[in-house]
Structure formats: structure tokens, C-alpha cells
Design a protein around this ligand. Sequence first.
Ligand code: RB5
Length: 142
Amino acid sequence: MKIAIANDHGGIELKKTLVTYFEEQGIPYTDFGVSTSDSVDYPGYAKTVCKEVLADDDTLGILCCGTGIGMSIAANKVKGIRAAVVGDVFSAQATREHNHSNVLCLGERVTGPGLAVLITETWLKATPLDGRHQNRVDQLED
Ligand code: RB5
């Protein structure tokens, strides 16, 4: 499993926290920026990560902005992407298992760093469930 991660200026500190976590855990990742606090437009960063996710079955995406919402709206415009804004651990597990989310969106101005790491860890460890959940995901993709 590999991670493609990106952020806008509203999510830079959270992105740094997650990158530190990936390095500590030996989780391979590619950081698509941004790395300065200059104001940028989040849709392009979302698109870059979504392309990486669609290009490789082993890649999951993580997008950080102020709320996680702008990134999720942008990511969900891309066919094949199921992006979820998550602010709690229960939803982190459920959205991976039930919705087969392939992009996790987090809000630095909403979710503290400790919880964000726990959410990320939970999301990465959860496994998409088959059966009725796969049927529903198939309907989403139609
Ligand atoms: C940037 O100010 C902020 O609007 C952005 O990071 C994000 O929260 C948008 O949804």
C-alpha cells in the first residue's frame, strides 16, 4: 500500500504531521504539496492525488485542507474516486469497509493532529467489505 498525499495552505501542518507518521511507520508515500503557506486553490491538488489513486490499485489518497470539505467535493468529481471527509474513528473504519473510500479528506482547522493520525491509521488498516457493500459501491460507480 502506498499513499498519495496533498494539501492546500489550510492543511499544511496536518500534512506534515501525517508525513512524519508515515516515515515513523515505514509507509511509502508521495507528497504532492504544497509545502509553503502561500494561498493556493485546492481543486488541482485534489485532482493530482485522484489521478495517482486511479492509476494504481495499491495507492490510497489523503487530502488535507482547512475543513477537508473543499478537497472532498473536488475529489468526488473524479469518476472512480470515493472521497470521505472524516472527523472520527468510527467513520474512518466504516467508510473504508462500507463505502470503499479510496481518498481520505481531513480538516486541519477541525481535527487535531492526534485524532487525525488515529483516523488515518484506522482508515489504512480497515478492509473494504464484500457482499452488499460491494453491490452498493458498484451502484455508485454506475
Ligand atoms: C482555505 O482558506 C480553505 O477554504 C480551504 O483550506 C478548505 O477548507 C476548503 O474547503
